[in-house]
Design a protein around this ligand. Structure first.
Ligand code: PLP
Length: 396
């Protein structure tokens, strides 16, 4: 099929839940993608913070291939070594004692929401089920996670929402304090808001939430689905502040594009789940966990993370130089290799122009250009983006 035919058949055969760009992609390698027409693109989207080690890294493809020939799936009625190894590694590199495996970010958050309710019910009885979440947050598209999401646009049309969520201002511990009442069981927060426009809270924000949660015995849940797995230059974003949660969710980059989600928890929190509490058929298959083991091994390496911080600082500096040149750039923000550039007009046209120049970027919260390159991106590739933006901005 040529690109045109693909697009037509997509429109006639696939639910139209996405606005897609006019681009069909056939192949990827490292930070580059190739279109149906053979054209090369520099990819600074990475499948929305998923392909952190780039596209089709040969060592991951080899592991995937070998595991596919050995064992793909047996269900969680049995033990498999890749799954156990992944759980052991995740608990070694994090605050957590236990892992639950599933297949996506929304599912990981569903598990966290269920765990928080059960934890609180077992200790305090019914009536203590409200989870405080943040305005402009994003936690997924299932009914419970869109109810947890503090954005009306993902909720409209799907009412009645799941009960028991209360939204407060992000980056304001005092607004969480005001919202806590006898029904509260947990606080759910992204350490950096991704979809909300790359919003980095003040350095003492998580510590403020930690204090409140400990005082009231609420579970502090971090959604690190987008900002975890090395994206910010630490393995997990909250490690910049050194404030541990009780529960954390991961997904996107954990297996570099093979679908996986996980909920990590302390023993104290995890004890609320017992056999039969929660389950999913595909959770933690040998296929996906074999790949995730290698991803975690590579990303948790200190020199790899140093590299992310280094190129991230360079990237940010180059974006700030553009900001000095163009008055319509109102802010540059982010950490490591999740960077946002807020414009004072909608960013969609800029995204399209970049694509014409062979560079893929993304736009979120309408006016925020978001850069989520593979973490293996080099300064040279950053320069190419910045030169492209400079040409486009000069013509605005
Ligand atoms: C992408 C994302 C989700 C949802 O993950 P899915 O795999 O799409 O269900 C949840 N939270 C955050 C912060 C995300 O970025």
């Amino acid at each position: 099929m040529d690109g045109q035919e693909l697009m037509q058949k997509s429109q006639s055969n696939i639910c139209s839940t996405y606005t897609r760009y006019n681009l069909a992609i056939t192949r990827g390698s490292g930070c580059y993608l190739w279109g149906q027409d053979g054209r090369e693109y520099l990819d600074l989207v990475a499948g929305i913070a998923v392909c952190n080690l780039g596209h089709c890294p040969p060592d991951l493809s080899r592991i995937l291939h070998e595991q596919a020939q050995q064992l793909v799936h047996v269900s969680n009625l049995y033990y498999t070594e890749p799954q156990v190894r992944l759980a052991e590694s995740l608990t070694q590199v994090s605050f957590a004692d236990k892992a639950f495996f599933c297949n996506s970010g929304a599912e990981a958050n569903e598990a966290a929401i269920k765990l928080a309710r059960k934890y609180s019910r077992e200790r305090y009885g019914s009536g203590r089920y409200t989870i405080i979440t943040m305005k402009d947050s994003f936690h997924g598209r299932t009914l419970a996670t869109l109810s947890a999401t503090g954005q009306e646009k993902v909720q409209i049309g799907f009412e009645p929402l799941v009960e028991g969520f209360r939204y407060v201002e992000f980056n304001r511990p005092e607004s969480v304090a005001d919202a806590i009442d006898e029904t509260t069981c947990a606080v759910l927060v992204e350490p950096i808001q991704g979809e909300g426009g790359v919003r980095v809270p003040d350095p003492d924000y998580l510590a403020g939430l930690r204090q409140l949660c400990t005082k009231h015995d609420l579970l502090l849940i971090y959604d690190e689905i987008q900002v975890g797995m090395g994206r910010t230059g630490k393995l997990f974003a909250h490690q910049h502040e050194g404030v541990a949660p009780d529960v954390m969710t991961l997904a996107k980059a954990l297996a570099n594009g093979i679908p996986i989600g996980t909920m990590l928890a302390t023993n104290q929190a995890a004890e609320a789940f017992s056999p039969g509490s929660h389950a999913t058929t595909f959770g933690g298959t040998p296929l996906v966990t074999a790949v995730a083991n290698e991803v975690l091994h590579q990303i948790s390496d200190d020199s790899f993370l140093d590299g992310v911080r280094g190129v991230g600082e360079y990237f940010r500096g180059q974006l700030q130089a553009l900001q000095e040149k163009y008055a319509f750039i109102s802010e540059v923000r982010g950490r490591g290799l999740i960077l946002g550039m807020e414009l004072d007009f909608p960013g969609s046209e800029i995204v399209l122009k970049c694509q014409e120049h062979g560079v893929l970027i993304n736009c979120t919260a309408e006016k925020v250009l978001r850069f989520l390159p593979p973490l293996i991106v080099t300064q040279k590739e950053v320069d190419r983006l910045v030169e492209t933006l400079d040409i486009i901005f000069a013509a605005v």
